[in-house]
Design a binder for this molecule. Structure first.
Ligand SMILES: [Fe+2]
Ligand SMILES: [Fe+2]
Length: 137
């Protein structure tokens, strides 16, 4: 798995406000892992991040399903991979140090998720914007 890491930036803004808010929120949550922390707080934050990520993936899939996006099936497969990696991290985290957890989060959000938005999410933007029932939330 090789996904170069990057911080949130204008490069991954889609122009769809509800989607952009959720994407940004996940980067903000990921950034909160570095630095001081205790195991209980980190586990709580990790669980919240995983829940929020799942909500985002679900909302995105519902938006794309509602407008019959032709590449939804492929997109779902990638989201499934992300869900699996998040679950794996939650399982592994019990035996990890806080630094190791922060590192895995960065790998998932600043690595995988950033690249996903930049390429796979970016690919649906024109289709969504062109749709008469444009998704606004
Ligand atoms: Fe996506
Ligand atoms: Fe997304």
């Amino acid at each position: 798995m090789d996904h170069p890491r990057a911080n949130w930036s204008e490069a991954i803004v889609t122009g769809l406000p509800a989607i952009d808010r959720q994407h940004k929120q996940l980067f903000d949550m990921a950034a909160s892992f570095r630095g001081e922390g205790d195991q209980i707080r980190v586990m709580k934050t990790l669980t919240m991040l995983c829940d929020y990520a799942n909500t985002h993936l679900q909302d995105e899939e519902e938006m794309l399903a509602a407008i019959a996006y032709p590449k939804l099936a492929e997109h779902r497969v990638l989201h499934q991979e992300f869900r699996r990696m998040l679950r794996q991290l939650l399982d592994d985290s019990r035996n990890m140090t806080l630094d190791q957890i922060a590192d895995r989060i960065e790998d998932l959000i600043n690595g995988w998720f950033y690249q996903h938005i930049l390429t796979v999410d970016a690919a649906y933007v024109d289709f969504v914007k062109a749709h008469p029932k444009r998704f606004v939330a």
